[in-house]
Structure formats: C-alpha cells, structure tokens
Design a protein around this ligand. Structure first.
Ligand code: SF4
Ligand code: SF4
Length: 71
C-alpha cells in the first residue's frame, strides 16, 4: 500500500495538499498542532503515491511512500 506521513507540528493549514490531491485522500483535520493549526487527515484507501501533495506543501510537511509493507 501507499502511505503519506504528516509531520504534524510543521503544518500551517494552507490547504494546498487537500486541494491538489487528485484522489481526495486528504481532508481537513480536527486536531490542533502546537502552532495552532489543524493539519489534514490522510486516508490511504485511494492514494496512488503521485507525490502531488508533498510537492505542493510549502513547509515540507508530507512524505510519500510508495508500495510500503504494512503488517
Ligand atoms: S500522494 Fe497523491 S494521491 Fe496520495 S495523498 Fe498525496 S496527492 Fe493524494
Ligand atoms: S500543504 Fe502542507 S502546510 Fe499546507 S495544509 Fe497541507 S500539510 Fe499543511
């Protein structure tokens, strides 16, 4: 499966990752980080590991892993 890791406290809630994910894997979160922002929530179900979210993020919050083994 594919996986996107979120560096939770780096996020500034700009929303670019949500807007530019072609598969709708990222959505607005409801947990606040230490900077006072609400980072996105990720659902791996339809993720194709295209990397768009990570490329659009201005704060290098997201790291994309393709075909990882999750036990
Ligand atoms: S890697 Fe692509 S499909 Fe997966 S969450 Fe990011 S933008 Fe969406
Ligand atoms: S693009 Fe980066 S900073 Fe903006 S909401 Fe997404 S993870 Fe947060």
């Amino acid at each position: 499966m594919n996986l996107v890791k979120i560096n939770f406290d780096r996020c500034k809630e700009c929303g670019y990752c949500i807007k530019f994910c072609p598969k709708g894997c990222l959505s607005k979160g409801d947990k606040i980080n230490k900077r006072g922002y609400y980072p996105p929530v990720y659902d791996a179900t339809n993720c194709i590991a295209c990397g768009s979210c990570a490329r659009m993020c201005p704060d290098t919050v997201l790291t994309v892993y393709k075909d990882v083994d999750v036990q």
